[in-house]
Design a protein around this ligand. Structure first.
Ligand code: PHB
Length: 391
């Protein structure tokens, strides 16, 4: 075994032993969340934390007689920080449960979760492979594959023949692009080109110009949370909103947090997504109203529900175990859980520990002077297609 891995394992085992006696001795359950509170993915960390805090504000901080203490630490959008922070949380803070944020960080901290046997709720990551990196990972966010294949099929059905993909250049973008390409070409469409945009310092303008020059009838776009506002502005500046090109994507491109301020530049864009602030349910109306109140008027978005539902999963599992936090019991309680989220009905697939959720087809429309993603079709209980393929 390489030396660094041996040290990590040794520390984690020591921490596990300390954690067990510690947890038994007291009535607090510590939950350690590793989130990107700053850096390029800072908005996603902030929104996840807002969802977590809202859940606790609504449901109190005691479950099955245990006080829940949430510790949030910033990985600054740097994956290696995530591993170090997760280790510190296990060793020094004796957390019983971890929360992981974006894909790179979730990948880097997976060995810590595994070696210390710490159930870990993945609250942001959208790549399929993440839940396979540790048997202690359970996801409440989404996968890009869940959405990208469905929107490709919709595009074919509505007459798209020649598409260009514009994707942020990192694992989630690659996964979205792959699922789109598979479905689009299988349906008889032609993918003219895949254009990759750097994740840092998002500047879409030159890439959009190039995409337009290729004269597609359809543009498939993936940008991560926090970048839809920049995209919308540059898209309108280039006149693409009036070009007649059909713009589609997974839900990230119409992130509700950015949609609110996007005027009419994203009107008509059709996406396959799992959450819209306009989702017409009582649970969601309450969520959107409470989220706005708690955040000074922000609109709840698809990232925030990953944090909100992540906390629900932790609370519901602790209720089921009557406050017991030994890893296998707690993890067992998390698998096969189902509940009504603001996004609609969701569950955890016990075989993959991944989220199963409705995917909705939505179109951006003006309602009462504001743009919203209005759902008009539903694909119920969608599993991650890449896990499906490898099973
Ligand atoms: C991810 O970390 O996988 C991720 C983050 C933000 C997104 C999509 C995917 O919008």
């Amino acid at each position: 075994m390489p030396k660094h891995r041996f040290i990590a394992t040794g520390l984690a085992v020591a921490a596990l032993a300390a954690g067990v006696s510690h947890a038994a001795a007291q009535d607090t359950v510590k939950v350690g969340l590793v989130l990107p509170m700053t850096g390029v993915l800072g908005p996603a960390g902030q929104e996840t934390a807002a969802g977590v805090k809202l859940y606790m504000a609504q449901h109190g901080d005691t479950v099955a007689g245990k006080k829940i203490e949430v510790i949030i630490r910033d990985d600054a959008s740097v994956p290696d920080n995530g591993k170090r922070i997760a280790q510190e949380m296990v060793v020094n803070d004796h957390v019983a449960i971890l929360g992981a944020g974006t894909t790179p960080t979730a990948m880097s901290m997976a060995p810590i979760a595994t070696d210390s046997k710490t159930p870990t709720v993945v609250m942001i990551s959208g790549t399929s492979v993440v839940t396979e990196r540790s048997p202690y990972y359970v996801r409440t966010s989404f996968t890009l594959g869940q959405q990208a294949g469905i929107i490709a099929d919709w595009a074919i059905k509505t007459g798209s023949k020649k598409a260009v993909s514009v994707l942020t250049d990192w694992a989630p973008g690659a996964e979205a692009g792959k699922a789109f390409e598979q479905h689009f070409t299988q349906g008889g469409g032609q993918l003219l080109e895949t254009i990759k945009v750097p994740l840092q310092n998002a500047d879409f303008a030159p890439f959009l110009q190039h995409a337009r020059d290729l004269q597609p009838d359809t543009l498939f776009v993936f940008v991560p949370a926090g970048q839809a506002g920049t995209f919308a502005r540059q898209f309108a500046e280039r006149g693409l909103d009036k070009s007649g090109i059909k713009v589609i994507g997974p839900g990230d491109i119409v992130d509700d947090n950015d949609l609110l301020a996007s005027g009419d530049s994203l009107l008509g864009i059709v996406t396959a997504g799992f959450y819209s602030a306009a989702h017409p349910s009582a649970v969601n109306k309450q969520y959107v109203a409470d989220y706005a109140k708690a955040t000074g008027g922000k609109r709840a978005n698809f990232i925030s529900v990953g944090g909100y539902d992540g906390m629900h999963l932790i609370y519901a599992a602790l209720e089921k175990t009557k406050g017991k936090t030994d890893p296998e019991t707690l993890l067992g309680a998390m698998k096969d859980m189902s509940w009504e989220s603001p996004r609609g009905p969701i569950s955890i697939d016990p075989a993959t520990r991944d989220i199963v959720q409705n995917v909705y087809i939505r179109k951006v429309e003006m309602r009462d002077g504001q743009p919203w993603s209005i759902e008009f079709d539903t694909f119920p209980a969608v599993k991650d297609p890449l896990h499906q393929a490898s099973n």
